[in-house]
Unconditional design. Structure first.
Length: 371
């Protein structure tokens, strides 16, 4: 069959793919190194006093990069301000809210997988709905969804791919994908290879009218968690995709047009390996800086404790009232005095924005920025 990008790809093959993909020597070699690197992320997570502290550090970086792939940009300053005060999140600009919704969708999916230990269409739809802040679900059969080349591509605006559509077609494809993710129709693939295969399949099905890319990238992390390959969904995978965006879309198209699974899987395994190394280093840097800050601050300030140290490394910007809750102080005068001591000792710095005062962990910001 000759692939025609102008027609709905209703002949999309179901999973698992035909052929001994995992028997390829190059894939086996890359699988070993990627698995070893991914294991190092878990070892790094274990060193954290509270793994959930990564929600507003690494996972927010992942959220920002994933939305950036969809040409949704926000500044770090806007983002860090928003996560420092949950009451003000909805007052931020649209781009920042998009990033925050990705983060919430990621953790909603994580909780669902942790509770049920399986994927369902309901879970996937809920992730999409949270990302897009919508009540829509699977796109209807009549919706003429077409993927066109971007402005930076050759022949911008031309049709690059037309996903499947028609009565019951998307639903059947998704049912097959979910069975594959839940190992109800097992192949012989390693779970890491299955993640690569499932990611292509989801993007090829393109089940929603919008938000498929972000939903698919969340599913990658959740699948790694479900299979025990990742303890927390904090792999910073989207940064690699941004840096290699052209190759990402080229290899996706290669599977569709030429059944070139090998180069797609090699690309994705390399993404996992490189991202795992970077994420492990990032976590390690945070842990070591936490230790140094605690040693310094606890000597200089008698009231400084590990709970506060953990709190100021849980997000780049922090508000005085958050510190007050952690150290169990309610007096505004006392909290202001303590915040002044944190600033004078160089543990935090302050920044005023109108009537609001934000306190910045400059060491954490430096680590997250890769400097």
């Amino acid at each position: 069959m000759v692939f025609d990008r102008n027609k709905p790809y209703n002949e999309l093959p179901l999973l698992p793919p035909v052929g001994g993909i995992q028997d390829d020597p190059e894939i086996l070699k890359k699988l070993v190194s990627a698995s070893r690197a991914l294991s190092s992320v878990n070892n790094a997570i274990i060193t954290l006093p509270n793994p959930y502290m990564l929600i507003n550090t690494i996972s927010i970086q992942e959220a920002r990069s994933s939305t950036e792939i969809e040409n949704i940009f926000t500044t770090e300053d806007e983002l860090f301000k928003a996560i420092s005060d949950s009451e003000k999140e909805e007052q931020t600009n649209q781009q920042t809210r998009e990033v925050l919704r990705y983060r919430e969708a990621l953790w909603t999916g994580f909780n669902s997988i942790s509770d049920k230990d399986k994927f369902s269409l309901e879970t996937i739809i809920n992730i999409f709905r949270q990302i897009k802040s919508t009540r829509l679900a699977i796109r209807p059969p009549h919706a003429r969804v077409i993927i066109r080349r971007g402005n930076t591509d050759q022949r911008p605006g031309n049709i690059a791919y037309t996903p499947p559509r028609g009565e019951g077609i998307i639903e059947a494809c998704m049912e097959n994908l979910i069975k594959y993710l839940n190992d109800e129709e097992p192949g012989n693939e390693d779970p890491l290879i299955k993640m690569c295969i499932a990611h292509y399949q989801f993007e090829a099905i393109h089940p929603f009218q919008d938000g498929n890319g972000r939903t698919g990238r969340i599913l990658n992390l959740l699948y790694l968690v479900k299979t025990g390959l990742l303890l927390q969904p904090v792999l910073y995978l989207s940064k690699y995709i941004i840096e290699n965006k052209e190759s990402y879309y080229y290899h996706l198209a290669g599977v569709t047009q030429r059944k070139d699974w090998k180069n797609w899987i090699l690309f994705m395994l390399d993404a996992v390996e490189q991202t795992s190394v970077n994420t492990s280093n990032l976590i390690s840097d945070i842990v070591h800086q936490m230790d140094e800050t605690y040693k310094y601050a606890s000597k200089r300030l008698k009231w400084y404790n590990r709970d506060l140290n953990e709190a100021i490394f849980s997000q780049p910007y922090i508000k005085a009232k958050t510190v007050g809750r952690v150290i169990k102080k309610t007096s505004r005068t006392t909290i202001t005095k303590y915040m002044g001591e944190l600033v004078s000792e160089g543990i935090l710095s302050s920044r005023k924005d109108g009537l609001e005062v934000y306190y910045l962990n400059d060491d954490l910001i430096r680590i997250l920025s890769g400097n």
